[in-house]
Design a protein around this ligand. Structure first.
Ligand code: MLT
Length: 312
C-alpha cells in the first residue's frame, strides 16, 4: 500500500514496512507539505505532535486507513473520519504501561526530591538533612480517568501499599464493581480531588476534559498534595497550577504533557524546584515503541481494502 508516515516510529518497524509497502515520510512537515504528500496515499500513520486536519485528509482521495501509533485522538478530526469511508486503528496498550511507569517514577521523584538532590549534589551540597521526603505507602493515590493508563497506575499504587481512588466520565454500578474487583475504588471527581495525596490526571483531551482541572478544582485539592498530568496539556490549567504551587498550597507537580509543546517552549512552571517536567515521553520506551511498530506491521499486513465498508 501507499503509506504516508506523519510521525516517527520504531526504526526496525519502519525498515520492514518500507520493504513491504511504498512509504513516504512527512515527519516534521507543515500542514501544507502534508497536503501535498498525502495526495496518492492509501494509509496514514501518525502519533501526537501533528494535527491530522480535515484539510489534510480531504487531499487524499485514495485514503482508506489511518493508524494512530498510540492512544490519543485529540489531534485528528474525528468528524471527518465519521463522515467519510475511513478506518482508524489505535494502538493504545503498549504505551499505556510506559506512561503508568513514568507516572510512578514522577511520584517517587517528587516524594523524595530526587531531582533537587541530584542538582545540589552536583554543586557539592550535601543536603542530607534538608531533603526529608515522604513514603508512598498508606498514601491516597487519586486518579482522574481509570482507562488503560489510570488502571495500570492504580494497580502499581496498590502494589506499593497505597489506597487508590479514581473517577471516570461515565460511572455505573457495573463499572464500579469491575474496578473494585481490581482493588480500585470508584468515586466522583470532587472526592478524588479533595482526598488525594497524589492526584494524577489520566483522561484523554476532548471537549469535556479541556480545562477540567482549573482554579476551582485545584482549590479543592488537599493542601500539601502532589499533582501530576500524564494525559494532555490543556486538561490542567497551568496558570492555576503555577499559582497553587507558588502559594505553597501544593507540595509539587509533575507534567509530562504541556499546554504548548515542542522546541523552545518554556513551561510557566520551569523555575519551580518542586516541579518535574518531561517532554511528552510517557510512551517513549524502547519496548513500547517496538511493540507498536510490530502491531503497525500486522495491521498493514492484515488490511484488505476490498473488505472495507462505507463508514467502516
Ligand atoms: C499517545 O497518545 O499515545 C501518547 O501521547 C504518545 C504519543 O503519541 O506521542
Amino acid at each position: 500500500m501507499k503509506i504516508l508516515l506523519a510521525s516517527k516510529i520504531d526504526t526496525g518497524a519502519l525498515e520492514i514496512l518500507s520493504q513491504r509497502h511504498d512509504v513516504v515520510s512527512g515527519v516534521g512537515e507543515t500542514e501544507a507539505a502534508l497536503k501535498n504528500l498525502i495526495r496518492d496515499r492509501e494509509a496514514l500513520i501518525f502519533r501526537s505532535g501533528v494535527n491530522i486536519t480535515a484539510g489534510i485528509m480531504a487531499c487524499a482521495p485514495d485514503l482508506q486507513l489511518l493508524i494512530r501509533a498510540g492512544s490519543g485522538l485529540d489531534n485528528v478530526d474525528l468528524d471527518y473520519l465519521r463522515n467519510h469511508d475511513l478506518k482508524l486503528v489505535r494502538i493504545p496498550q503498549p504505551g499505556a504501561r510506559a506512561v503508568a511507569e513514568l507516572a510512578f517514577g514522577m511520584m517517587l521523584a517528587l516524594s523524595r526530591q530526587i531531582l533537587v538532590a541530584d542538582q545540589l549534589l552536583r554543586k557539592g551540597t550535601w543536603a542530607k538533612h534538608q531533603l526529608r521526603g515522604h513514603l508512598l505507602v498508606n498514601k491516597q493515590l487519586g486518579i482522574v480517568g481509570l482507562g488503560n493508563i489510570g488502571t495500570l497506575l492504580g494497580q502499581m499504587g496498590l502494589a506499593w501499599g497505597m489506597q487508590v481512588l479514581g473517577c471516570v466520565e461515565h460511572p455505573s454500578p457495573e463499572r464500579a464493581a469491575q474496578f473494585e474487583a481490581k482493588g480500585l475504588h470508584l468515586t466522583d471527581l470532587n472526592t478524588v480531588l479533595s482526598t488525594a495525596d497524589y492526584l494524577c490526571v489520566c483522561v484523554p483531551l476532548k471537549t469535556t476534559t479541556s480545562g477540567l482541572i482549573g482554579h476551582d478544582e485545584l482549590a479543592m485539592v488537599k493542601p500539601g498534595s502532589f499533582v501530576l498530568n500524564m494525559a494532555r496539556g490543556g486538561i490542567i490549567d497551568e496558570a492555576a497550577l503555577s499559582e497553587a504551587l507558588r502559594q505553597g498550597r501544593l507540595a509539587g507537580a509533575a507534567l509530562d504533557v504541556h499546554q504548548t509543546e515542542g522546541e523552545n517552549q518554556i513551561s510557566p512552571l520551569a523555575d519551580l524546584p518542586n516541579v518535574v517536567l518531561t517532554p511528552h515521553i510517557g510512551a517513549m520506551t524502547i519496548d513500547s515503541q517496538r511493540e507498536i511498530g510490530r502491531r503497525i506491521i500486522d495491521i498493514m499486513d492484515d488490511f484488505d481494502p476490498a473488505e472495507q465498508t462505507p463508514g467502516g
